[in-house]
Write a protein that binds this ligand. Structure first.
Ligand SMILES: NC(=O)c1ccc[n+]([C@@H]2O[C@H](COP(=O)([O-])OP(=O)(O)OC[C@H]3O[C@@H](n4cnc5c(N)ncnc54)[C@H](OP(=O)(O)O)[C@@H]3O)[C@@H](O)[C@H]2O)c1
Length: 273
C-alpha cells in the first residue's frame, strides 16, 4: 500500500458506524479497495463504486485478497461468533482495527491469537455525521505506519486521539463515548426548566435545542477555551451570572457531572471483556 494508491480494507459490519466510515474513506480516497462483509449487502451510498465489493463471509473473500486493515464494526455481542473465522488472516502486515465498545486488546488476542496486530478504538455517535471523537490504543505489534493508516481511517469520521494506556478507555468511554447522551439530556432539562418558567412546551424545546447546537457550533468554530466563551457571555450582575451562580455552586453541576462520569467509568470497567 502507498499513500497515493490507498489502502486495501476488509470491513466487517457495515451498519451505522461501518457505513459512515466507508463513505468517509471513499470520499477521501483513503481506500483503493474495500471488501465488505455484511448480511444486509452494500449500502446505497456506495452502489456503482468499483472500489467496493461484497463478500458473504471470511471464507468467501476474493482470491488473493490480503487486506492492510480489517475494520471490525459489528456489535460487541456478535464479535465472539464473527471473529474466529478471521483468524486465518492474522499476519504482521494486517491490522485488526476494532470500533466495538468494551472489547479489549486481550479479548482480540485471545480470539485471534497472540500474533494479531490490534488497534482498539472508541468512537462516539457524532461519527455518523463525520463529527465523531475517537480514542485509539494500539497493541505492541502495531508499527508506526500501521498506526498512521489506522489514524487516517478513523479520521474519516472525526477527530482522533491516541493513548498508550488501555485503562484510559474506561474514562474515555464515560466522557466522549456516552457524552452525547448527557448533552441531549441537557436539552431536555433546559426545555423542562423553560416550561417551568412559563414558556409553551414546543417553544421551550425549540429554544433549548437551538441553543445547545448553536453553542456547540460556536465552540467548534472558536479558538477560545469553553471557559473564555462562558465568561464572554456573562455580564457582571446580569441574567447569565444569576444562572451560573446556581450551576457553579458547590452543590451545582460539577459534583453531579463528576459522579456521573465516575459511574460510567465503573460500568465500562464492569462491562469490559
Ligand atoms: N453507533 C454508535 O454511535 C457507536 C459508537 C461507538 C462505538 N460503536 C461501535 O460500533 C460497532 C457497530 O455499531 P453500529 O451502531 O454501527 O451497529 P449496526 O448499525 O447494528 O451495524 C452492525 C452491522 O454488522 C452486521 N453484522 C452482524 N453480524 C455480522 C457478521 N457476523 N459479519 C458481518 N456483519 C455482521 C449487522 O447486520 P444485521 O443488522 O443484519 O445484524 C449490521 O449491519 C459496535 O461494536 C459499537 O459498539 C458504535
Amino acid at each position: 500500500m502507498t499513500a497515493e494508491s490507498g489502502a486495501s480494507l476488509l470491513l466487517v459490519g457495515c451498519g451505522k458506524m461501518g457505513g459512515a466510515m466507508l463513505d468517509g474513506w471513499l470520499a477521501a480516497g483513503t481506500a483503493s479497495r474495500v471488501v465488505v462483509v455484511d448480511r444486509a449487502g452494500l449500502p446505497q451510498s456506495v452502489a456503482g463504486d468499483s472500489r467496493v465489493t461484497l463478500a458473504s463471509g471470511a471464507d468467501a473473500l476474493p482470491d488473493g485478497f490480503v487486506p492492510d486493515v480489517i475494520v471490525l464494526a459489528v456489535k460487541p455481542q456478535v464479535m465472539e461468533d464473527a471473529l474466529p473465522s478471521y483468524r486465518a488472516l492474522v499476519r504482521p502486515g494486517t491490522v485488526f482495527l476494532s470500533i466495538a465498545a468494551g472489547k479489549t486488546i486481550a479479548y482480540f488476542e485471545r480470539l485471534l491469537g497472540e500474533g494479531a496486530v490490534v488497534v482498539r478504538s472508541m468512537p462516539n455517535t457524532p461519527a455518523a455525521i463525520g463529527r465523531g471523537m475517537t480514542v485509539a490504543v494500539p497493541n505492541a505489534r502495531v508499527s508506526a505506519a500501521q498506526r498512521d493508516l489506522s489514524d487516517r481511517l478513523l479520521r474519516a469520521v472525526g477527530d482522533v486521539a491516541w493513548v498508550e494506556d488501555e485503562g484510559l478507555l474506561d474514562p474515555v468511554t464515560a466522557v466522549s463515548g456516552s457524552g452525547p447522551a448527557y448533552v441531549f439530556f441537557l436539552v431536555e432539562a433546559m426545555a423542562k426548566a423553560g416550561e417551568a418558567a412559563g414558556l409553551p412546551a414546543d417553544l421551550a424545546m425549540r429554544l433549548a435545542r437551538a441553543t445547545v447546537s448553536g453553542a456547540g457550533a460556536l465552540l467548534d468554530a472558536s479558538p477560545q477555551e469553553a471557559a473564555d466563551l462562558r465568561k464572554a457571555v456573562t455580564s457582571p450582575n446580569g441574567t447569565t451570572q444569576a444562572a451560573l451562580e446556581v450551576l457553579m455552586a458547590e452543590d451545582g453541576v460539577q459534583p453531579v457531572m463528576t459522579a456521573a462520569i465516575a459511574a460510567a467509568t465503573r460500568r465500562s470497567r464492569e462491562l469490559a471483556g
